[in-house]
Write a protein that binds this ligand. Structure first.
Ligand code: CAO
Length: 549
């Protein structure tokens, strides 16, 4: 066993570079090429890989420390045989690294005695297979000469009339020369940049991306690493399980610019979905993440539920489109619906009310309605029956305080009715419905519906509701699940009545059945309460004499 100190390798001239992540912890076993720490200059982020297998004994740097070539970073314990390091690359033409490092391993020496050298060579990168033989425009150059880039970092962005695509670097290295500019048209196999990479990588790597870059490069060491060899130590096989204490984001795939932005904004990169090549996180992904987070916070009144928004799509790619602004009412409805949907745990119960007698009575009133210069639909009966049911089941006539500490019990009964208007959905309110007769309710329904459709409702007409009825009966459908009109706690959805065969105990008889759906806020109302309310309501509708009880 021997203890070895891992030093910072040649950083391509960069000095005093910040340690931004510690990728290993003391006691962890490490494999050759495994990242020990991540450094970040203003131009690049780079992993410092371990040159050999071992166990991390001590971390000699902390996040935030500044290091330069030769700074000691990690102490590892290795098997003794591993201390005689083979030069990793035959070609040591850039002797500044090699000269400095070529010494014999000495198990008792305290100074660095052995080095691994990966010398550097220039490599031209070409356009990979981009799925077309046509020349495609360069819309963005993503790197500059002198940048240290990681394998997979975007070199440039191409755009056709159908798609935009990043061209990733097939290997890590320094950008030496850019061979294209923005606005140039290029196609497969055109030269795009010259990178300075390790000679081993250059020898082993094809310059196009027909094969994913990671496949060819995963075994390579990206920079020169010096290794100090010291005395013997304990058995390497005492290996605790690895990977405790990784910094947030250390295990994600992100480019230098994205990492820097994430640090500035204190964002955890693990929460961000990468859309770059092979899932790499781009700066744009961080912007998108933030945009969504802000939109959600705003639409929830700042509740920060963390629910991602639906991304915008350019539908014009698929056919003709036009942009139609939402009306004020539609915007308000959208915000209210979303707030209710996100805040209220909804339960919806379904049942059919037998309205055979109700309808026959209603139709018998037709002439009288004409003489009163009004019309009477099932809705006024439903409003009256709901008001009566709310009186008997006051737990449906409450709101919950926003802190969740109190119910506000209402001692008045106002029923809202959803009205479909050309500008959107509105809910005018019939006040004190329990105390009104059905003719009066019918007249108010007609007057408010007309006012709504003419866009003449006042704010007062729409305030103070306790419970809402949403009737699609005249339109059709077997049933739907209405969304509670918060801060109310329940809503009745009414669908189209139909004559159905109903078993009366002896035979099937034709009955006019009205499909109803009762949605409620499960924080305020439990299922048994819901069932009792519903049964009571249906009994009123089946026999209107009950409204007098
Ligand atoms: N089953 C069968 N027929 C029904 C019915 C039902 N449940 N409800 C109404 N009808 C009949 C009426 O009796 C009337 O026919 P007659 O003239 O022969 O009697 C016909 O349908 C038209 O009724 P109406 O729509 O004029 O009147 P209404 O009282 O039923 O509704 C109002 C008034 C304002 C609620 C309605 O115009 C409306 O806007 N409905 C849409 C509500 C809505 O959008 N809800 C969804 C909200 S969530 O997105």
């Amino acid at each position: 066993m021997s203890i070895e100190i891992i030093h910072v390798p040649d950083l391509g001239g960069a000095d005093s570079v910040e340690v931004i992540e510690l990728s290993v912890s003391p006691g962890e076993s490490v494999e050759p090429e495994q990242s020990l720490v991540v450094l970040e200059s203003d131009k690049a982020t780079m992993d410092i890989p371990c040159p050999k297998a071992g166990i991390v004994k001590n971390l000699l740097v902390n996040v935030g420390d500044k290091v330069s070539e030769g700074s000691a970073i990690v102490e590892i314990e290795t098997a003794a045989a591993d201390t005689e390091i083979e030069p990793a690359v035959a070609n040591s033409s850039e002797g500044d690294v090699a000269d400095n490092l070529k010494q014999e391993a000495d198990p008792v020496a305290e100074k660095p005695v052995t080095t691994v050298d990966v010398s550097l060579a220039e490599q031209t990168v070409q356009v990979p297979d981009i799925g077309t033989d046509q020349a495609v425009e360069v819309v963005e150059i993503s790197v500059s000469v002198g940048d240290q880039i990681a394998e997979g970092d975007a070199l440039l962005v191409l755009e056709t009339d159908k798609a935009t695509m990043d061209i990733p670097s097939p290997f890590s290295g320094e950008v030496v020369k850019l061979l294209v500019g923005e606005g140039d048209k290029i196609k497969q196999s055109d030269d795009i940049a010259v990178l300075r990479v390790s000679a081993q990588i250059a020898a082993d790597t094809t310059t196009t991306l027909d094969t994913p870059a990671t496949d060819t490069l995963s075994e390579q060491t990206p920079a020169a690493v010096s290794v100090a060899v010291a005395g013997d130590s304990s058995d390497v096989s005492d290996t605790p399980e690895a990977s405790a204490g990784l910094m947030p984001g250390a295990d994600v795939y992100a480019g230098p610019a994205a990492r820097q932005l994430a640090r500035e904004l204190e964002l955890d990169l693990r929460r961000v979905t990468g859309t770059g090549p092979r899932g790499r996180i781009l700066k744009e992904d961080l912007n998108e993440y933030l945009k969504n987070a802000v939109a959600i916070a705003e639409s929830n009144g700042g509740s920060g539920s963390g629910i991602p928004s639906v991304p915008d799509i350019d539908f014009s790619k698929f056919g003709d489109t036009e942009v139609v602004p939402l009306t004020k009412i539609q915007k308000l409805t959208a915000a209210n619906m979303q707030r209710s949907w996100l805040n209220v745990p909804h339960v919806t119960q379904f049942d059919d009310a037998d309205i055979t007698e109700l309808e026959s009575f209603r139709k018998s009133l037709k002439q009288e309605a004409e003489s009163r210069d009004t019309k009477i639909t099932p809705l006024p009966f439903l409003i009256k029956a709901c008001a009566h049911t709310l009186k008997a089941h006051p737990e449906f006539n409450r709101s919950i305080s926003s802190d969740g500490e109190h119910f506000i019990q209402k001692h008045y009964i106002n029923i809202g009715m959803a009205v479909d208007t050309p500008k959107g959905l509105v809910v005018p309110v019939i006040r004190h419905a329990a105390e009104k007769g059905i003719w009066q309710i019918a007249e108010e329904v007609n007057a408010l519906a007309l006012k709504a459709k003419e866009g003449k409702l006042t704010a007062a007409d729409m305030q103070g509701g306790c419970f809402t009825i949403s009737s699609l009966g005249a339109i059709g459908g077997n049933g739907f699940t209405p969304i509670v009109n918060t801060p109310e706690v329940a809503i009745l959805g009414v669908s189209k009545s139909q004559t159905k065969p109903v078993w009366n105990g002896e035979e099937f008889v034709p009955r006019l059945m009205l499909p109803l759906a009762l949605s409620y806020d499960h924080r305020a109302i439990n299922g048994a309460d819901g069932g009792r309310f519903f049964t009571f309501l249906i009994a009123q509708l089946a026999d209107l004499r009950r409204l007098a009880l």
